[in-house]
Design a protein around this ligand. Structure first.
Ligand code: DMJ
Length: 489
C-alpha cells in the first residue's frame, strides 16, 4: 500500500520548487502527499456511491440524506479539496454545488441549525475565502437566509431546527449551549463578506442572551438554555465535551476573528478557561491530566470524551494569541493524554470516551469487566470503544505543532494517520471502527463516513505536514468544522 511504501522509503515524490526553501522536509512532503492520496480515496468513494447525497455509507456502498439533502459531504469538503490542490475534484464539486438550492430541503427534513451552520454555511464561506468565486458567497447567503428562521424567538437564541420548506423555526427551544454559541463566527463572517449587518445581529442577539442568563459558576455554563425565556437549566452538567464544546471555542475565536477589537470575548474566554482549569481539569493516579465532567449533583466524572480533545488545541491557540504561557503547559499535558488514548489501543485509534481508574478500583473489578472493558496499567481505558473518524485529537496536534514547532506532534499525527489507513480504510472510502481494541476483523466497521472526516480530520493532518504558511494562523481562524475564515483586519 501507499503507506507501506512510504514507511519503507520507496516512494520518491520530488519536493516541488515552491517548497524548496521552506522548512518542509522531504519526509513531511511525503506524509502530506499520503494524506492527499487518502483524501482522494475518500472522495472517490463518495463520488462513486453517494454523489450529490449527504453521506457515503462505505460498507454497504450506499448513501444517505441524513442532513436534509444538501450534499453535505461535498459542501463540507470544498475547501479541503481546494487546499490540497485536488483541482479536478474541486471543480466537479463546485459545478454540482452551483446546482444546489439551499432555500429548500428536497428531502423535506427539518434541518439542524448547529450542524448546517458549521458544515454548510461554514463550508461555503471557507471555500469562498480561498477561491473568491461569488457563486459560493451567494450560496452561503442562501444558507444563512434559510437558517435565519431559527432566530425568531423572544430572546434571539435559535431553535434547534429549521423547517426550510415552510420558512419557519422548528424543533426544541431548550437548546444546548453549543447550539446557542456556535453560530457567531459564521454569521459574522457572512455579514462582513456580504456587507449585510443583519447576519451579525443574529450573532449578537444570541451572545447577549447567553450573557444575560443567570449562572451558578463564573466562567462555566450549564449545558442547556431556554430560547423562549433565556434561562439556563442549572441542574445540568458542566463539560467542555458534547453539547458544550464549541461554545467555549467561539469565545476565543470571536476575539481572533475580530483581530482583538472586541475585548469582551477575550475576557469571557479567559474567565471560562480559568473556570475550566479550576473545576474540570484533574490528574489521574498515573499522572495523566484530563478534562472530566462536573455533574449537576456536584460529583465529578473521571472520564474524558474524544470531543473534549479539541480543548488542548484551543488552550494552545489562546496561549499564543493572549500570551498565556501557563496555558501552553496545560495544553501539552492534555494533548499527551489525548494521544495516549489512541496509543493505548490495539488499533492505535482513540475511543469515543475514555476514563481513569485508580489501582484500588482496578483491583476491585470483576473478571467480566476486566475482559470486556480493558484498562491498562496506567488505569486508562475506553468507556465507549468506537471511533467515528473524529478530528479533535489531530486538530489539537496541528495547533500545538504550529504553536510550539515541536515535531513530536507530527510523529503522533502520523501514527494516527497510519492507524486510520490500516483500520478505517475500506475499498471505497473510510469507515468508523466499532471497537478500537479489535484489530483482527473486517466486520469491525461502522457504515458511515461522516463529512467531518474530509472537512476536518484529513485537512488537519494535511496541514500538520505542510509548511506553516499554508493557512497561517496569523491570517486565518478555523470555525469548529475546520473551515478557514480570514481574520478581519
Ligand atoms: C464536528 O462537526 C465539529 O468539530 C463539532 O464541533 C464537533 N463534532 C464534529 C466532529 O467530531
Amino acid at each position: 500500500t501507499l503507506v507501506d511504501s512510504l514507511n519503507h522509503g520507496e516512494l520518491s515524490w520530488a519536493v516541488p520548487a515552491r517548497f524548496e526553501n521552506s522548512v518542509l522536509s522531504s519526509t513531511n512532503y511525503k506524509r502530506q502527499q499520503a494524506v492527499r492520496e487518502a483524501t482522494r480515496h475518500a472522495w472517490a468513494g463518495y463520488k462513486k456511491f453517494a454523489w450529490g447525497k449527504d453521506e457515503l455509507q462505505p460498507v454497504s456502498q450506499s448513501s444517505n440524506l441524513r442532513w436534509g439533502d444538501w450534499a453535505i459531504t461535498m459542501v463540507d469538503s470544498l475547501d479541503t479539496l481546494k487546499m490540497m490542490e485536488l483541482d479536478d475534484e474541486y471543480t466537479e464539486a463546485k459545478e454540482f454545488v452551483r446546482t444546489i438550492r439551499f432555500d429548500r430541503s428536497p428531502a423535506d427534513y427539518k434541518v439542524q441549525l448547529f450542524e448546517m451552520t458549521i458544515r454548510a454555511l461554514g463550508g461555503l464561506l471557507g471555500a469562498y475565502e480561498l477561491d473568491q468565486d461569488p457563486m459560493l458567497l451567494e450560496k452561503a447567503r442562501q444558507v444563512g437566509d434559510s437558517l435565519a428562521y431559527a432566530f425568531d424567538t423572544p430572546t434571539g437564541l435559535p431553535t434547534t431546527e429549521v423547517d426550510v420548506n415552510r420558512k419557519s423555526k422548528d424543533g426544541k427551544t431548550r437548546i444546548c449551549i453549543a447550539e446557542a454559541g456556535t453560530l457567531q463566527l459564521e454569521f459574522k463572517k457572512l455579514a462582513q463578506l456580504t456587507g449585510d449587518t443583519k447576519y451579525a445581529k443574529y450573532a449578537e442577539r444570541a451572545n447577549d442572551a447567553i450573557e444575560k442568563g443567570q449562572r451558578e459558576h463564573k466562567g462555566l455554563y450549564p449545558m442547556h438554555i431556554n430560547a423562549d425565556t433565556g434561562l439556563f437549566d442549572i441542574s445540568t452538567e458542566y463539560t467542555v465535551g458534547a453539547m458544550a464544546d464549541s461554545f467555549y471555542e467561539y469565545l476565543l475565536k470571536q476575539h481572533i476573528l475580530h483581530n482583538g477589537k472586541e475585548p469582551k470575548f477575550m475576557e469571557q474566554y479567559i474567565t471560562s478557561s480559568e473556570a475550566v482549569k479550576a473545576k474540570l481539569v484533574r490528574k489521574s493516579e498515573s499522572g495523566f491530566t484530563f478534562l472530566g465532567k462536573l455533574r449537576g449533583d456536584g460529583s465529578f466524572e473521571n472520564e474524558m470524551e474524544h470531543l473534549a480533545c479539541f480543548y488542548p488545541g484551543l488552550l494552545a491557540l489562546g496561549a499564543q494569541v493572549l500570551d498565556r504561557p501557563q496555558d501552553l503547559v496545560l495544553a501539552e499535558e492534555l494533548a499527551r493524554t489525548c494521544y495516549a488514548s489512541y496509543a493505548m489501543t490495539s488499533t492505535g485509534l482513540g475511543p469515543e470516551k475514555f476514563g481513569f481508574k485508580t489501582k484500588e478500583e482496578l483491583k476491585a473489578r470483576s473478571q467480566y469487566l476486566r475482559d470486556s472493558n480493558p484498562f491498562n496499567d496506567d488505569g486508562m481505558g475506553a468507556v465507549f470503544g468506537h471511533y467515528i473518524l473524529r478530528p479533535e485529537t489531530v486538530e489539537t496536534l496541528f495547533i500545538l505543532y504550529r504553536v510550539t514547532g515541536d515535531t513530536k506532534y507530527q510523529e503522533w499525527g502520523w501514527n494516527i494517520f497510519l492507524a486510520i489507513e490500516k483500520h478505517a480504510k475500506v475499498e471505497f472510502g473510510y469507515a468508523g471502527v466499532s471497537n478500537v481494541y479489535r484489530s483482527d476483523s473486517t466486520t469491525n466497521h461502522i457504515d458511515a463516513m461522516e463529512s467531518f472526516f474530509l472537512a476536518e480530520t484529513l485537512k488537519y493532518l494535511y496541514l500538520l505536514f505542510s509548511p506553516t504558511d499554508v493557512i497561517s494562523l496569523d491570517e486565518y481562524v478555523f470555525n469548529t468544522e475546520a473551515h478557514p475564515f480570514r481574520i478581519i483586519k
